[in-house]
Design a protein. Structure first.
Ligand code: ATP
Ligand code: MG
Lengths: 272, 833
């Protein structure tokens, strides 16, 4: 409700500093006439080394934004770049290769191949890339998410939180430029969600990992550096934590509190 | 990547078990049939095994599937040849080998076995042991097989083409067949086709062979060593050829069905694993890698299955060879040699089949998009693609066309046509199933909505919601039932219709068929009266041997309506003959024999006046044998006659129809296949049994029809076994894939009995659906074929469907489907507790 449709393209921000950028991206499901506009001329960028939370009412286009930004789906119009590469001209195979090298995903569920052990699941992207995974590398990735002892277990033998952490380890094992997460804590209890969120926060703080996370939960969003609020396929609000967050985990002390986020959400819902 | 594929496959062995079994069986069958096929080469007949060098008449090229005897030498040529061959140094005798039909009758029943009689001198060609008793010395004496258990000095009734006659056994041999004096053999048999050179001890066979070759020139062919295998009787050669047809048919069906089963297993697996493939794509697998993975799985399953199958084939081949001999598809004495190439070739074919079968599944797997990993339950969006519509419709049309063509095909082509029709229809309907299933389910299951329990509603909605699954499971039932009904119905209906056609053509009410004998003797024909054909072989100048049949003038007159005269007239042929004399048959035979004896063979003057030749249109066109012309024909006894062409007809039971007397005069050993009667038969018919026209049409029981029926049953049994496998396989896979659903049902308050009840009801319903669709395929095709046949024979052909076979097939499918669904469901429900 803020960006006029006819607005000129904004000047591209400094290229090197942006992990993911979208210019005037639209996504329409179905035929143009009777179709659903999930993204409406959206321009947004995600700087390197930041943790962004995407929020908004159900059906506001959060997942669609994530899919388009990650190259899982193609926008109806507009341009997407990941790590400086324009996705538009890439064919399916090239897009797959790009995703494999630069992008990691974590979703609410359906993340793991149930027939493979945790270790095999983590090694899968490396195998797909044709590199022989070193056992140490895979174990290190698992250790990083605190699952060093569970390498030989299949998904069926892991708890929801553990499964989600295996998924994060797998997403990170290739050293992606950006990690996408769609409601990664949606199916988890409070304590487990907090573990997973601390893990994500820690990645940004310790390794400068770019993270883009969709969530409904203000507490989860409070872990981010920046929050985007979506409604009807547009960015309707955006706010960031004030100043440097420091090395600590947990909600930022200077600004992004769950209460604030919840209030902004409520304001948005009231205005619709 | 392959290792990942294997690791992923490990968890789903049940999905591959069906493909594995199908391929393993298919390869076993191929390796087995190939081994049998490779072993099926002719052997030197025992009767000639004691002779190093033999001469036979020149061999004329014959069309595929024809096994007529070659033209014999004329009696003069035989005399001249034997005289000159006997002069070769080292040759002690040149034996003109003669064969004729002979069969012992013991306790009033003809005894089966080797039914050939020979002259006594032929014994010198074989390495038989010594005779117990003495050789035959005069007419009415015979030496026969010791195995018959008749001791020298006893009387025996011998059946020949003339009829039963009393004989005295003068001796026994440890060898099959009947040996009479040479003079008697010359009277009973037609001409001579083989002359054996009996050599003294220490004779130089190579030299004898060379000299024989010089003497014979183009007048024959000299055979020595392994080349003597060419002397295998034409009947054995024909049996071997039929055996090859059976083997080819089996290999084709097993190839087709394994491709079908493996393809549907993998296709179904891909549908079930969409999310998994989506996840792989999400994690970074390119479409090519996904395709390669599916290929890798097929390769692994295929290699293991093909290796197991090839080994199994080696083990089974000898057993199968024995069965083929028993069923009459291979001559007695046949045994299987184990060679390397057939199993190796079968292994390669098996792998190829697996990769071919997985082609479409792999393409579909490669098209799965990464986002499909994130979708909720698999929704059956767009189960029909354009390509599926087009190819489904094309195959269905092709199948219907083939079914229609069956009506016009000859007796031997019917099995193949009906096979093609069944295959094409099955492919077509399987492709169209996702489009056909929902409306059919909706209509058939409407009554379920009115029931009070949850089961009916659940079954209906489950079947409708998962169109792909329902059609995947109904498809093999459709295939099984459709195949069984179509193929058995087609062969039975056609055989019945042809038999009916033969009886209607002459308005016959009863038919005399041979009973325990290969054909009816003249005595039987005379006792029966009625209308009959006496089959023989004749030889025009150039060209292959021709089938001909002797027919009496009365029979010809009665068949006139059926024959459709195009040129000349049937009556014209009888003008000079005894056509007006109703009792002329026996009379004419006598006169003909006299006239040929007088004419000494080649004069042929007697022929034209005695009755002309009726020529089938195709032959008249091919050879230019127009009405009014004369043609020169050589006969079974090597003599030549010139006969006038009386008529050319459109539709003849044999290429050439000759006066029966002429045929009998030249072919003393010919047997009548059947006699068509107006009314009840007067008295006993020796060696024959009387069937009413309907009974005859139902079980036209001649040897050829029996072989065709056995062949059909083998093919149907095989195909049904395979598709039964597919039924069980898809059911297991489908049910295993629904474990989560069952858990949800249990949690929402269903007892495990209710869950099992629902699963059983659903698989029974799917079986019913498949059966209904299968019948819907088969019956229009059969009815179409019947109308074609009715038109062709000019009478209403009956639709014969072997219901017992169909019932067994449907019952088997039902048991398999319910069992294969309930067992995994039970396991899932138990786990859920
Ligand atoms: N495959 C699809 N086909 C058609 N419409 C779709 C499809 N996916 C999403 N939509 C529509 O696009 C809009 C945005 O969907 P999206 O999944 O991005 O919402 P969301 O913000 O992620 O919602 P939630 O919070 O419920 O996950 C919705 O109106 C949805 O109905
Ligand atoms: Mg969403």
């Amino acid at each position: 409700m803020t960006t006029p449709v006819s607005a000129p393209l904004p000047p591209p921000p400094r290229p090197a500093a942006e992990a993911v950028q979208l210019w005037s991206v639209s996504k329409v499901y179905g035929s143009a006439a009777g179709g659903v506009t999930a993204l409406d001329d959206m321009t947004v960028s995600f700087p390197e080394g930041t943790f962004t939370a995407v929020m908004g009412p159900s059906g506001s286009g959060k997942s669609t934004l994530l899919h388009c930004a990650a190259g899982l789906d193609r926008p109806t119009a507009g341009k997407v770049t990941i790590d400086g590469t324009d996705l538009g001209p890439l064919d399916e195979t090239a897009l797959t290769l790009l995703r494999r090298e630069r992008v990691g995903f974590v979703f609410q569920s359906f993340n793991l191949v149930s027939a493979l052990t945790a270790e095999q699941n983590v090694a899968l992207p490396l195998r797909l890339a044709g590199t022989r995974p070193r056992a140490a590398q895979v174990r290190a990735a698992l250790a990083e998410v605190g699952l060093a002892g569970r390498a030989g277990h299949r998904p069926g033998e892991l708890s929801g939180g553990e499964r989600q952490r295996v998924a994060i380890a797998r997403a990170l094992v290739t050293g992606p430029a950006v990690l996408f997460a769609d409601e990664p804590t949606g199916a988890l209890d409070l304590a487990t969600s907090r573990d997973v969120l601390r893990l994500l926060r820690g990645l940004t703080d310790d390794r400068g990992q770019t993270v883009i996370m969709v969530t409904h939960d203000p507490v989860a969003a409070a872990h981010a550096d920046r929050v985007l609020l979506l409604a009807d396929g547009r960015v309707v609000d955006e706010f960031a934590a004030g100043g440097d967050r420091g090395g600590g985990a947990g909600p930022a002390p200077t600004g992004l509190s769950p209460e604030l986020i919840a209030a902004r959400m409520a304001a948005l819902e009231a205005s619709c | 990547m392959l290792r990942t594929g294997l690791a992923m496959a490990r968890g789903r062995w049940s999905g591959f078990a069906g493909a594995f079994t199908a391929l393993c069986l298919g390869v076993a069958l191929m390796s087995m049939t190939a081994l049998v096929h490779a072993s099926a080469s002719p052997r030197v007949p025992d009767r000639y095994a004691g002779t190093g060098v033999l001469v036979r008449t020149p061999v004329a090229e014959q069309g595929e599937g024809f096994f007529l005897e070659d033209r014999p030498w004329s009696p003069e040529a035989v005399t001249a040849l034997t005289a000159r061959l006997r002069g070769i140094p080292g040759v002690t005798a040149a034996v003109a080998d003669r064969s004729f039909y002979a069969q012992a009758v013991v306790a009033g029943r003809p005894v089966p076995g080797d039914l050939r009689g020979h002259g006594w001198s032929s014994v010198a060609l074989a390495p038989y042991g010594p005779v117990e008793g003495r050789p035959p010395a005069r007419d009415g004496e015979v030496v026969l097989d010791r195995a018959l258990g008749i001791s020298p000095g006893s009387p025996v009734t011998l059946l020949t083409a003339a009829g039963p006659e009393p004989y005295t056994v003068t001796g026994t041999l440890a060898a099959p067949g009947f040996h009479v004096t040479d003079a008697a053999a010359a009277r009973f048999s037609g001409g001579v086709r083989v002359i054996g050179l009996v050599t003294g001890a220490g004779a130089d066979l190579a030299r004898v062979e060379g000299m024989a070759r010089e003497i014979v020139g183009d007048g024959g062919e000299v055979l020595a060593g392994d080349a003597r295998a060419a002397l295998e009787p034409r009947a054995d050669e024909r049996v071997r050829w039929i055996g090859t047809q059976v083997l080819t048919g089996m290999a084709a069906v097993s190839g087709f069905v394994s491709v079908f089963v493996v393809a549907s297993t993998f296709a179904f697996g891909v549908v079930q694993r969409r999310r998994e493939f989506g996840l792989l794509r999400l994690v970074g697998a390119t479409p090519r890698q996904v395709r390669r993975m599916v290929y890798g799985e097929a390769l692994a399953v295929g290699a293991a299955a093909a290796a197991a199958g090839a080994a199994l084939g080696i083990v089974l081949a000898p057993v199968f060879g024995g069965l083929l001999v028993e069923a009459g598809f291979e001559p007695p004495g046949f045994s299987v040699r184990i060679e390397a190439w057939p199993p190796v070739a079968a292994f390669g074919t098996g792998l190829g089949v697996a990769l071919l079968a997985v082609w479409s599944a792999s393409r579909r797997a490669g098209r799965v998009r990464p986002l499909e990993a994130l979708r909720e339950a698999e929704a059956d969006r767009r189960p029909m693609t354009r390509a599926r519509w087009i190819s489904g419709a094309a195959f269905t049309l092709l199948g219907t066309g083939c079914a229609a063509a069956t009506a016009g095909a000859g007796a031997d082509a019917i099995v193949n046509y009906s096979l093609y029709a069944a295959m094409a229809l099955i492919l077509g309907l399987t492709l169209l199933a996702p489009a056909i299933v929902p409306p059919v389910v909706r209509v058939l299951s409407r009554p379920l909505l009115r029931t009070r329990g949850a089961t009916g509603m659940l079954v209906r909605e489950e079947m409708l919601a998962a169109v792909r699954r329902t059609s995947s499971t109904a498809a093999p039932v459709l295939v099984t039932v459709g195949f069984a009904v179509l193929v058995t119905g087609m062969t039975q209906t056609t055989a019945g219709a042809f038999a009916l056609g033969r009886t209607t053509a002459v308005g016959a009410e009863a038919v005399v068929v041979p009973d325990g004998t290969p054909g009816l003797s003249d005595a039987a024909v005379t006792a029966a009266g009625g209308v009959s054909l006496l089959p023989t072989t004749v030889y025009g100048e150039g060209g292959p041997p021709l089938e001909a049949a002797g027919i009496t003038p009365e029979a010809l007159a009665r068949s006139a309506g059926r024959l459709k005269v195009l040129e000349g007239s049937l009556a014209a042929g009888r003008d000079g003959g005894n056509g007006r004399d109703p009792a002329g048959n026996a009379d004419r035979t006598g006169r003909d024999r006299e006239s040929t004896a007088r004419g000494g063979g080649d004069s042929g003057a007697g022929g034209s006046g005695d009755g002309g030749v009726v020529v089938a249109r195709w032959l008249a066109d091919e050879r230019g044998w127009r009405a009014g012309r004369t043609v020169s024909l050589a006969f079974e006894d090597g003599r030549t006659e010139t006969l006038a062409v009386a008529a050319v007809v459109a539709d003849s039971p044999a290429p050439l129809l000759l006066p029966r007397g002429t045929v009998r005069a030249h072919d003393p050993s010919a047997l009548t296949r059947e006699v068509l009667l107006d009314g009840p038969v007067r008295g006993e018919v020796p060696g024959g049994r009387v069937l009413g026209a309907e009974a005859y049409a139902r079980n036209a029981g001649d040897e050829e029809d029996r072989l065709v029926w056995v062949f059909t049953l083998i093919l149907v049994g095989m195909a049904v076994g395979y598709t039964g496998l597919a039924v069980a396989n898809t059911m297991v896979m489908a049910t295993a894939g629904r474990a989560a659903d069952f858990r949800v049902l249990r949690l929402s308050g269903a007892t495990s009995r209710q869950v099992i009840g629902m699963v059983s009801a659903e698989s029974a319903a799917v079986t019913g659906l498949g059966t209904a669709l299968g019948m819907a395929v088969a019956f229009p095709a059969l009815l179409g074929m019947r109308s074609g046949l009715s038109e062709q024979i000019g009478a209403a052909a009956a639709l014969v469907v072997p219901w017992p076979v169909v019932l067994v097939v449907v019952g088997g499918c039902l048991a398999l489907a319910v069992g294969a669904a309930v067992l995994p469901a039970l396991a899932a429900v138990r786990r859920a507790r």
